[in-house]
Write a protein that binds this ligand. Sequence first.
Ligand code: SF4
Length: 361
Amino acid sequence: MSYLSELLADVLGGHRLTEAEATWLLDIQGRDIFKIASAADEMRECRVGDIVTYVKNQNLHVTNICKNLCGFCGFGRSAGDEGAYCNDKTAIQEKVRLALGRGVTEICPLSGVHPEFSIDTYCDLISWVHELGPHIHLHAFSPDEVSHAASRNNLSSTDVLNRLKEAGLGSLQGTAAEILVDSVRKVICPRKIRTAEWIRIIIEAHNLGIPSTATIMYGSVESTKDRAEHLGILRNIQDKTNGFTELVPLTYIHTNTPLYTAGIARAGATGREDLLMIAVSRLFLDNFDNIQVPWGKLGLKMSQMMLLAGGNDLAGTMFSDDVSVNAGATDADYLDPLVMNRMVSDLGRILQERTTLYERL
Ligand code: SF4
C-alpha cells in the first residue's frame, strides 16, 4: 500500500490530519488527486449523507467605498473614485423589497468597510431590512467591520457584537480571514485586522451565541503550508466553540485586481488546486459538517465536480455578486435552484433548501 493510500485509510478510520500532512496532500500532482477526492467524498457521505443543500439568499451591496483597498480585490474604491457609491435607506429598501419578492430567507450585505460607518450605521442597516422583512436572516459583517465599528465608537468588540445581536443580526460573516498568516496578510490585505484579532472576534461572537461561517481566500501569494496553517486555526476554533456553520473556500479571482496587475500575485489557483482545497478541507476539518462549493467563483461544471470531492452545499442563489464580477468572474450573479437540481441529481444526490443555519426546509 502506498503512503498516500495508508494515510487516507487512516483519516477515514479517525486519524486527525496534521498540518504537515495537509500540506503534503495539497501539493499532490497527477492521478493521485482523484484518490484524495474519493476519500473526501467518502468522508462527506459518512458525515452528512447524500443531501446537497442551498439557501435562497440575496447579496446586498451597500457601498463599495472601503478603507482597506486590499490588493486582491477589484470591488473596493476610495470615496471620489469613478464608480464609487454608497446606497441610502431608500435604495437599500428597494433592494430588500426585490429580495422579499423572490422569496429569499437570507440577506447577505456585501460591502466595503466605509471609513465613516459606525455601529449606528450597521444597526440602522439591520433595522431597515427587518422593517420590511422581520423574518429575514441577516448574515452580515466581518470581524474587520466589527473591529472598525469598535474603534470608531470607542467600544470593545464584545460591545459591538452585543449591539449587533440586539439589533437582530442572525450570523456573522467569516470573511476578512483571507489567509490567517500575518506574513501573507501584510502583502494581500495590509490594512485589515491581523490574525490574532480575527480569531479573538470570531471566538467572542461564537461565545455570545452568534454563529459564523469560516472562509479561506486562496490562490494569490500564499504557500500550501500557509493554507494548511489557516485550516489548523479554523479547526482549533471549532474545537473550542463549535460556532462555525461551514467552510467557504474562496478561490482568488485575479483578473482585475491590483496584486495581479502589479505582477505580485499569480493568476489564481489551478483546477487541481481548487479540487484539492475542497477535498483536503473535508479531510482535515473533521469537526465541520459543511463544506461549501462557491459556484459563482468556480463555474458550474467545476462546481459539480467539487460535489464529488467533499463538497455538500451549493451556497446561495445570490442574485448579484459584484465582488466576484468586479474582480473578473463571469456568471456569478444568480443560480436558479432548477439548475442546481440538474447538477445534483445528475450525481445521484438530492438537492434540498436550507436556512442559513442549515435547518432543512
Ligand atoms: S476585500 Fe473587502 S475590505 Fe478588502 S478592499 Fe475589497 S471590499 Fe474592502
